[in-house]
Design a protein around this ligand. Structure first.
Ligand code: F6R
Length: 608
């Protein structure tokens, strides 16, 4: 959610900060601001609304200087407003701070500082940091920050500058992501790599409890306590253009069309001689894998939907019982965790607070934790015992697409690997499945060559207010994702129903012309699904069916039909979700909405 950028160097900082913030817009925000240090004076400009509002203000009254920090805020404590936007400064304008996270003890600190005469101008928890710094100021930025941080509880990433030290800035990380970009005669702070990629490819990823002191010439890494930290520079190999729209109208569209490439990358190097091989990536010994007697999957939103498909895959292939939990519920239900439980935490960003909390709960209970994530160096990647990267590449659009399909493919690889280790699938089945997986990229490509029928259907539903998605078995898991996608970017209310459940209540809502999207790609329940479609049709529903190529039955009972290529039933969700993603995308476009940044949502949800 919130985005942080910091710059120290010889170039005008304003432009670099604003451009950096623009690269972080995908995280979601409702206000933005920057503070610069010039001739020993700190000045800030901040506005509610989009970055363009800030730019307008800066055009009229620019900030000059070669040291500065910037922030895009997503409201938690206090509404979106100019006052609540960051950076925050103390009344004497000695310190400017930008903050991502939550200071849990801010009320106590605020009361203490108010008694000392500090006046607060915002409703945020973050402003307390600026006042605390001023209160503890000992004339040295670094030691003052160390003392202030010791008083703070919660989760934070901070970038701080002090007017008396115009040649220095400080970054601190505790449970919110932060990286340091190392340039030539200039250095950077950012919440995420795209913000600084235009300037440098060499970054340090700060860990929890670490601090960086930056001047133009050097970067010093220490713990908050002051012990020096030695870590390698991470060289970013992907191109800045990968994080841009690349000719597509929207990031979501680009990311949907990137799926064949993304799936190829997920598979690359993991199917050796036609057989799955994750031995090089998983450090768990075969004996430990054989001891796993239950699996818990924890994740949120789209990643949770991937987990629902993963459950069936893992149970069918590896014969291990799997429970799937929405991460925000997991730790409050006192799950039965033992040392032979494997907990799989799925998270595109690797920073989702609820998923991290569930992961930590699992570790506390003695489980082995395997993270499936898309972001190298993310909290999930660092905190899990084992990590499988999805290799989807940066996902910018708030609505997750390529993350989902690559999560499914990663879960399938894991399922195959476990099946190989525990011996539940023979060599021939392993090899046939691997062959089917290798065809997925090309099959996904074929689904993207002609989208005219989907665009037409999107135009048809764009004026509707309600819609149902129905399916059985894995199709039910996929329609949950299709429904979420449609809801979040088109704002049309939709529900995903297990088709066999309709007659137990939901059917009452069906009337003439009610739009229904029915998935019938799972052969084992195809006939039952056709009966459910007929039940809907009999009540007047207008049904779009999705079936396998060559299926001649489903088309007879629906109003419109789309088909997808045939693969193994357990792999079908990788393909069947694509028309649903396209449908959500085109519906949002027809309705003229902000596809990539739907209202009220953020890309990276780092608060519980
Ligand atoms: C929906 C969507 C969200 C995320 C969820 C988890 O399109 O993107 O539902 O899937 O917030 O995010 P990650 O995977 O980053 O943990």
């Amino acid at each position: 959610m919130c985005g942080i950028v910091g710059y120290i160097g010889s170039k005008p900082a304003q432009e670099i900060l604003v451009e950096g913030l623009r690269k972080l817009e995908y995280r979601g925000y409702d206000s933005a601001g920057i503070a610069l240090c010039r001739e020993g004076k700190l000045e800030a400009k901040k506005t509610e609304g989009p970055l363009t509002a800030l730019e307008k203000r800066l055009q009229a009254d620019p900030l000059t200087g070669h040291l500065g920090i910037g922030h895009t805020r997503w409201a938690t404590h206090g509404k979106p407003s100019d006052e609540n936007a960051h950076p925050h400064m103390d009344p004497g304008h000695q310190f400017a701070v930008v903050h991502n996270g939550i200071i849990e003890n801010y009320l106590g600190l605020k009361e203490e500082l108010q008694k000392k005469g500090y006046t607060f101008t915002s409703e945020t928890d973050s402003e307390v940091i600026a006042h605390l710094l001023a209160d503890l100021d000992d004339g040295d930025l670094v030691s003052t920050v160390r003392r202030a941080v010791r008083r703070m509880r919660g989760a934070y990433a901070l970038a701080i500058i002090r007017c008396g030290e115009p040649d220095k800035m400080v970054a601190v990380r505790l449970a919110s992501p932060l990286i340091i970009g190392v340039g030539d005669g200039e250095n950077f702070i950012a919440s995420d790599i795209p913000a600084i990629l235009e300037h440098t490819r060499d970054v340090y990823v700060l860990e929890d409890g670490e601090m960086a002191v930056l001047t133009r010439e050097w970067v010093e890494l220490t713990t908050i306590g002051g012990d020096s930290v030695d870590k390698e520079l991470f060289h970013v190999t992907w191109d800045a253009v990968t994080a841009e729209k690349d000719g597509y109208d929207h990031f979501m569209q680009k990311e949907i069309f990137e799926q064949p490439r993304a799936i190829r990358d997920t598979l690359a190097g993991r199917l050796k001689d036609g057989i799955v091989d994750l031995y090089g990536e998983l450090s768990l010994a075969e004996e430990d894998l054989k001891k796993i007697d239950r699996i818990h999957v924890v994740a949120c939103g789209t990643a949770y939907h991937a987990g629902l498909v993963g459950k069936t895959i893992l149970e069918k292939w590896a014969h291990i019982p799997v429970e799937v939990d929405v991460a925000s519920e997991y730790r409050y239900r006192n799950p039965l965790i033992t040392s032979s439980t494997l907990v799989i935490a799925i998270s595109q960003s690797g920073e989702t607070a609820d998923t991290l909390a569930a992961l930590r709960e699992a570790k506390k209970g003695g489980a082995k934790v395997l993270g499936i994530t898309n972001v190298v160096g993310s909290s999930v990647a660092r905190e899990a015992d084992e990590v499988l990267m999805t290799w989807a590449g940066p996902e910018v659009s708030v609505a997750s697409t390529k993350a989902y399909t690559t999560q499914l493919v990663t879960l399938a690889l894991l399922g195959l690997h476990l099946a190989r280790v525990v011996g539940t699938l023979g060599r021939e089945e392993l090899s046939d499945t691997a062959t089917a997986m290798l065809r997925l990229p090309e099959q996904a490509e074929s689904l993207l060559t002609d989208t005219v029928a989907i665009e037409q259907f999107a135009r048809g539903i764009a004026g509707q207010e309600n819609l149902f998605f129905i399916g059985r078995g894995l199709d039910h898991a996929v329609v949950m994702e299709g429904s979420l996608k449609l809801k979040e970017i088109s704002y049309i209310h939709s529900e995903a129903c297990a088709a066999g459940e309709l007659k137990h209540g939901t059917l009452a809502l069906i009337e003439e012309g009610f739009p229904v999207i029915a998935l019938a790609t799972q052969q084992a329940v195809r006939d039952k699904m056709v009966s459910n479609i007929i039940e809907m049709k009999a009540r007047g529903a207008h049904v779009l069916g999705l079936a396998l190529e060559g299926d001649t039955e489903v088309g007879k009972s629906v109003d419109e039909i789309l088909t997808i290529p045939k693969t193994l039933p357990l792999l079908t969700p990788v393909l069947s979700v694509i028309p649903l993603q396209l449908l959500a995308y085109h519906t949002s476009v027809v309705r003229g909405l902000n596809v990539d940044k739907p209202r009220n949502l953020a890309k990276s949800v780092t608060v519980e």
